[in-house]
Ligand binder design. Structure first.
Ligand SMILES: *Cc1c(COP(=O)(O)O)cnc(C)c1O
Length: 412
């Protein structure tokens, strides 16, 4: 991980600005401007036609946001990166680009709560079907795909279930069927996980999490690797005749993203640019602490089970090691004996904060069943495998001994 991280940091630092700054500012300035001025009508025509890279209007592109996108492009090696106002904006922009009435999405029920709601409520109202299956059994996935399947969608480690699908196996099925593999990789940032190496076609990241640099702001990223043959897409094959492998980005940037209007703001891009500069250092520290804490906590009385995929004996240990190495994210869950025991634990915490969100610099604890998943019926929670006895911990940058001591006193 070390070498990779260093090269990740070098790429971040060396990404050039599009134009030299008038004052030689060392940090990319915040370009707080809705619109951009042109010398001539001809230049304006060229810019609006997309024949030059000049900015026209900040709902479409903005210099500060583009600099952030360029840095992510340099680290991930992607064909294109689009930065939006939240992770959910990224997810909705991707699926609205891919799906039309009559399309279906093959995925798991074990999804981030709003993603699940977006699929079964928002998209369903437009005649897009969601087909659920167990993504950890590739045979199930193959059986769900037909000629109207517009995407296989997954999260690389599900939350709070902590399931890990075999990405190369799913990618082989997706390729054979001519369906793009779309993955939410929020749980492990691109400095540590190379989505392209595992056949992921479109990567989605909530940059609110690790990248914002301490929960400063909301953001989302759409990362297109430019590998997919869009002639196989039920909706995009018409565009693909002209644009080939760049089809997804063309459809997204020239239509969907402009029409939905959820582009990242320059202030947020500034904060997240700063976050990027320390991303790999913070990630390395937080995941190391997370693993140590999960190991230590597993031995405590009152804890029924600890779920972290880097612990030997975990159901997904092998595949997690293969895909993510020894430090698969800075989040783990554990089960106590009852809902009451969970509430008592939560109320006693002094160092770990009671809050939702993931990958802040502060460690955070939440009881998912009564909060994030509180709006679902008990039957749906059961289908989603969200137990009343589970606590989720997102590990920050505090001293591991202080975190452990806090957990010990809160469990007792
Ligand atoms: C937080 C999160 C999202 C949504 O991101 P927002 O920035 O809150 O909109 C999506 N997927 C995962 C895995 C997340 O953790």
């Amino acid at each position: 991980m070390n070498n990779d991280n260093q090269s990740c940091n070098t790429k971040i630092q060396l990404t050039p600005y599009a134009k030299p700054d008038a004052y030689g500012a060392l940090s990319m300035p915040v370009y707080n401007s809705a619109a951009y001025e042109f010398e001539t009508a001809e230049q304006m025509e060229e810019a609006f036609a997309g024949r030059t890279s000049d900015h026209t209007y900040s709902r479409i592109t903005n210099p500060t946001v583009q600099f952030f996108e360029d840095r992510v492009k340099a680290i991930s090696g992607a064909y294109s990166v689009t930065a939006l106002n939240s992770g959910m904006a990224a997810i909705s922009n991707v699926l609205i680009t891919l799906a039309k009435t009559g399309s279906n999405i093959v995925t798991s029920r074990h999804l981030f709560g709003n993603t699940y709601s977006f699929f079964v409520s928002t998209l369903a109202a437009f005649g897009v079907e969601t087909r659920f299956c167990d993504l950890t059994t590739p045979g199930n996935v193959e059986a769900k795909i037909d000629e109207n399947t517009c995407a296989i969608f997954l999260e690389i480690i599900t939350n709070p279930q902590m399931e890990v699908a075999d990405l190369k196996a799913l990618s082989a099925i997706a390729k054979k069927a001519g369906v793009p593999l779309v993955a939410d990789t929020t749980i492990i940032p691109f400095c540590a996980f190379k989505a392209n190496d595992f056949g992921i076609d479109i990567e989605i990241v909530s940059s609110t999490k690790y990248i914002s640099g301490g929960a400063t702001s909301l953001g989302g990223l759409i990362v297109d690797y430019g590998n997919f043959d869009w002639m196989a897409s039920p909706k995009l094959h018409v565009v693909a005749k002209e644009f080939g492998k760049t089809t997804f980005t063309v459809k997204l940037r020239k239509e969907i993203h402009r029409n939905l209007g959820a582009y990242m703001t320059p202030q947020v891009a500034y904060m997240q640019n700063l976050g990027l500069e320390t991303l790999s250092l913070r990630y390395e520290r937080a995941t190391k602490t997370c693993k140590q804490l999960a190991e230590q906590v597993a031995g405590l009385k009152g804890i029924e089970s600890v779920n972290y995929t880097a612990l030997p004996g975990n159901k997904f240990f092998e595949i997690s090691q293969t895909q993510f190495g020894d430090h698969p994210g800075a989040m783990f869950t554990f089960n106590l004996t009852s809902r009451e025991a969970c509430f008592s634990f939560m109320n006693k915490l002094k160092v770990i904060r009671r809050a939702t969100n993931l990958f802040d610099n502060k460690s955070l604890a939440i009881h998912p069943a009564s909060t994030i998943f509180g709006g679902f019926t008990e039957a749906v929670r059961k289908e989603m495998n969200v137990s009343d006895k589970t606590i989720r911990i997102s590990v920050g940058l505090e001293n591991v001994e202080d975190l452990y001591a806090d957990m010990v006193q809160a469990i007792s």
